[in-house]
Design a protein around this ligand. Structure first.
Ligand code: HEM
Length: 470
């Protein structure tokens, strides 16, 4: 049984709570805010209230594929590739850590010279891809349960598996393109990696972020100036060491978990098959991960993104305070069994709420005030009437309900949108190798042919098209 998938907190997350001013791998955005620690019993009650009623069909305007692209982004930025020896010497990641970046280390690790097992032995500029008689898959060990990829969490469900596979293929298609352009052999890998990262980052900002925080918030946070340079305006995301940006606890333990609400109970995968998100054990009609991809569950991406000339895709759930029923009993591949079965928390809603308390998050209302927003009341938020809440709500719940109340669940509201937008753009800005910093060249990086048919525009569908998976 696989256990290290996703049910554990990332290295260093718990350490941050001991000192709100200290920054290691994680740190607090709101250092002066008070921890909100309501009784577990109340948190579990609220968690149960978050179960989506059967048959509810609450569509957002965001195509369903962005949910799993979001999970992929989460794993890219929360992944820590500090070598294991150094991790052991510094388990809480206060000193030794790789900073959070949107650099696809979950795909490349340290490149073909150091992590050759991820690369094609016959052509090490390319990433290794697995295949069966009928279709491609992630490369796997002999029994199929371990994917040979940079971050094992990217095999936790068969949708994120196939997002990861598409990124591998994008890189390999870029290698072919560069060779056709006669790029020097010793530059092909680094150049393909740079182009893959920059196109991916472009999609994260201009397609994903635009949809999940809304165009208005995005425009407040990033503008292109007359000289083509990008200007990022983040008021709240700062890091003590600008060259070593930290991951805010408020983001990892609450804000970016908004994607859990976008999950659906099941998906139409392709012409013939629908699949439930999770069941107790894997079969051909569920998306349980950590296994060879069955032919029946090979994704038709036009069911997940708006591919021109195809029927409209299925949509993600609204971003609201409800989660679909399969994540209330996560399979053992996601949350492993514990010696005391009663101690196993199999509900994702409960896990998020209890984790928020454990890492001493401030309440939603505290964060709203810190951002200068008028806080929503517990009555507006439909928090059960109990004095032990002290008129406050857990941050994760607050942000989801805010999205529902303020934006009809179409995208995050002012507090959630600012947290998510500032952190993603703040991380990109602090990464001197990101596409934002190519502005020193004239003209700055802009997607162009053959990556897109419309220069200056590049979407997830263009990414999948160049990867030759649609
Ligand atoms: C089937 C899909 C998913 C499953 C089963 C899943 C499950 C989990 C679990 C079990 C945790 C750890 C909870 C804890 O104990 O604290 C977690 C953490 C997290 N999830 Fe998800 N998740 C899924 C999709 C997503 C999506 C779509 C997003 C965002 C768009 C997301 C964002 C996060 C973040 C930011 C964390 C905290 C950092 C980390 O551990 O990666 N997840 N998820």
């Amino acid at each position: 049984m696989r256990g290290k998938a996703h049910g554990a907190e990332p290295r260093g997350l718990l350490e941050a709570r001991n000192d709100r001013n200290r920054e290691g791998r994680f740190g607090y955005m709101f250092k002066r805010s008070k921890p909100f620690e309501p009784p577990d019993e109340l948190l579990r009650q609220l968690g149960e209230q978050m179960r989506e009623p059967d048959g509810a069909n609450l569509d957002s305007p965001i195509p369903a594929g962005f949910t799993f692209f979001g999970q992929f982004i989460d794993h890219d930025v929360t992944f820590d590739m500090t070598p294991l020896g150094e991790q052991k010497d510094d388990p809480e990641a206060t000193k030794n850590f790789r900073s959070a970046q949107l650099d696809l280390d979950s795909v490349y690790l340290r490149g073909p010279d150091h992590d050759g097992h991820l690369y094609d032995p016959a052509d090490p500029a390319k990433l290794k891809i697995g295949s069966s008689a009928t279709h491609d898959d992630l490369p796997r060990d002999s029994d199929g349960t371990t994917a040979l990829i940079g971050d094992e969490r990217n095999d936790e469900n068969l949708m994120i598996t196939q997002v990861h596979l598409a990124v591998l293929k994008f890189h390999n298609a870029t290698v072919d393109h560069l060779r056709a352009q006669n790029t020097a052999a010793n530059e092909v890998f680094a150049e393909a990696q740079r182009l893959t990262r920059w196109h991916y980052q472009w999609v994260v900002v201009n397609d994903f972020l635009r949809r999940v925080i809304g165009q208005t918030m995005l425009d407040q946070l990033i503008q292109q100036q007359g000289n083509g340079r990008w200007k990022i305006t983040t008021k709240h995301y700062q890091s003590g060491n600008p060259n070593r940006p930290m991951m805010p606890v408020e983001y990892a333990a609450a804000a970016f978990r908004f994607g859990h609400s976008m999950l659906r109970a099941g998906y139409r995968m392709n012409g013939n098959t629908s699949a439930r998100l999770f069941e107790a054990s894997p079969n051909d009609t569920n998306l349980n991960g950590f296994r060879a991809l069955p032919a029946a569950l090979v994704v038709d991406w036009s069911r997940f993104f708006e591919v021109p000339g195809q029927n409209p895709p299925q949509m993600a759930r609204k971003i609201d305070a409800l989660l679909p029923s399969p994540v209330f009993s996560l399979p053992e591949s996601v949350v492993p069994p514990t010696s005391d079965p009663a101690a196993r928390v199999g509900s994702l809603a409960d896990r998020n709420l209890l984790r928020g308390k454990q890492v001493k998050l401030p309440s939603g209302q505290e964060v709203a005030k810190a951002l200068g927003e008028t806080p929503l009341s517990n009555q507006q938020l439909e928090v059960p009437d109990d004095p032990r809440w002290q008129g406050q709500a857990p941050l994760w719940y607050y942000l989801l309900k805010e999205s529902d109340l303020v934006a009809g669940g179409d995208h995050l509201g002012p507090v959630g949108g600012r947290l998510v937008g500032e952190v993603i753009l703040g991380l990109l800005e602090r990464d001197k190798d990101s596409y934002l910093h190519n502005s020193n060249q004239n003209p700055p990086f802009t997607p162009d042919a053959p990556f897109t048919a419309t220069p200056g525009q590049f979407t997830m569908v263009d990414f999948l098209t160049f990867a030759q998976v649609v």
